[in-house]
Design a protein around this ligand. Structure first.
Ligand code: IPM
Ligand code: MG
Length: 386
């Protein structure tokens, strides 16, 4: 079997963690006799520097033709003053839109050896295992009109938040399907006391819930959800929310795990999937080989699962991540008192070592039967909804 991968390292630590992720990808692919054909393109700030635009048409075309896309991170202070259409982030938004990636899955799972690394007390975060299902191609990120105009005493800027019934229906179905394979609870998050988009969101989600009688549905206002995430995070199973609220809540939820450097993501639609760590380009630590590559590596596991339907390969990676943490390897973001830290490349190599160790470890076979799963992973499911 052969898979075409478009590799977009991007900016800052995106570049470093992507190299690690690709190394793991190639290693596991070889083990499972999967041939990888990869093409690399500059994106975001790197593309602005090279070509004067955040993303080239050729890159978008290559992504559309690929079996999967891996992206590191985009953005950085060098490009912060650029006009709106020349910001690095535009590249990511265009890819999401052009590839119709309306679903963004962000699993937040606390690994027990890391419970002490969270800024919250371990007894609150131990056992947290939730999934943020974020709508990714609508809402205030994409609504029109969107502009800045001059007025007498300065400027005036407008963003528009818009959602339609079909957009809400399809992402709601993803969340309910996901919940069916987890603990059967969906928390839909909105601001229905203020926003009309949220009232439509709530009405639509409530209607879709009728098709899933075994799933408990609860609605939470976004401010309350932000509070509940730090007060009692174990109450959550699937959090279903729109683009903007999902952006904010997923960063907040990541801190339950000890570091934003632990969160992988999968962006899915009806075609190619895009995999990226949730963290950004972290310009303050870029180029130092100290960034945590685990979110990027875990994103590769999600790629094996969702895009290649290779569950064993996905679990091999997830088990390896769990093992390196268990034996005590920590990147700087995860170090607790007295712990030494390892570099990005050392952490990557440790994961590879653990992958190799599993090869000869017959016990690993049993883990792939289910109970050793690190992340909850969707079974193959059709995202094609009308
Ligand atoms: C994310 C990021 C992006 C977003 C940025 C880089 C455009 O924060 O994926 O969460 O806001 O969606
Ligand atoms: Mg974000």
């Amino acid at each position: 079997m052969r898979k075409r991968i478009v590799f977009l390292p991007g900016d800052g630590v995106g570049e470093e963690v992507s190299r690690g992720a690709m190394k793991v990808l190639r290693h596991v692919a070889e083990e499972y006799e999967l041939e990888i054909e990869s093409r690399e393109f500059a994106i975001g700030g790197a593309c602005l520097d090279k070509h004067g635009i955040p993303v080239q048409e050729e890159t978008i075309a290559a992504c559309k033709n690929a079996d999967a896309v891996f992206l590191g991170a985009v953005g950085g202070p060098e490009w912060d003053k650029n006009p709106a259409e020349l910001r690095p982030e535009i590249a990511l938004l265009r890819l999401r839109k052009e590839l119709a990636l309306f679903t963004n899955l962000r699993p937040v799972k606390v690994f027990s050896p890391l419970a002490g690394a969270s800024s919250l007390k371990p007894e609150y975060v131990q056992g947290v295992d939730l999934l943020v299902v974020r709508e990714l191609t609508g809402g205030i990120y994409f609504g029109q009109p969107k502009f800045t105009e001059s007025i007498d005493n300065g400027e005036r800027a407008v963003d528009t938040m818009a959602y339609s019934t079909p957009e809400i229906e399809r992402i709601a179905r993803v969340a309910f399907e996901a919940a069916m394979k987890r603990r059967k609870k969906v928390t839909s998050v909105d601001k229905a006391n203020i926003l009309v988009t949220s009232r439509l969101w709530r009405k639509t989600v409530t209607r879709i819930a009728e098709d899933y009688p075994h799933v408990e549905l609860e609605h939470l206002l976004v401010d309350n959800c932000a509070m509940q995430l730090v007060k009692n995070p174990r109450q959550f199973d699937v959090i279903l929310t729109g683009n903007m609220f999902g952006d904010v809540l997923s960063d907040e939820a990541s801190m339950l795990t000890g570091s934003l450097g632990m969160l992988p993501s999968a962006s899915l639609g009806t075609g190619v999937g895009l995999y990226e760590p949730v963290h950004g380009s972290a310009p303050d630590i870029a180029g130092k080989n100290i960034a945590n590559p685990l979110a990027a590596i875990a994103s590769v596991a999600l790629m094996f699962h969702y895009s290649f339907n290779m569950e064993n390969a996905a679990q091999t990676i997830e088990k390896a991540i769990e093992k390196v943490l268990k034996v005590g390897f920590r990147t700087a973001d995860l170090t607790m008192n007295g712990h030494e830290s390892v570099s990005t490349s050392e952490m990557t190599d440790e994961v590879i070592r653990k992958i190799d160790a599993q090869k000869n470890d017959s016990a690993a076979q049993n883990l792939s039967a289910g109970n050793g799963k690190v992340y909850w992973l969707l079974e193959t499911m059709s995202l094609e909804t009308s």
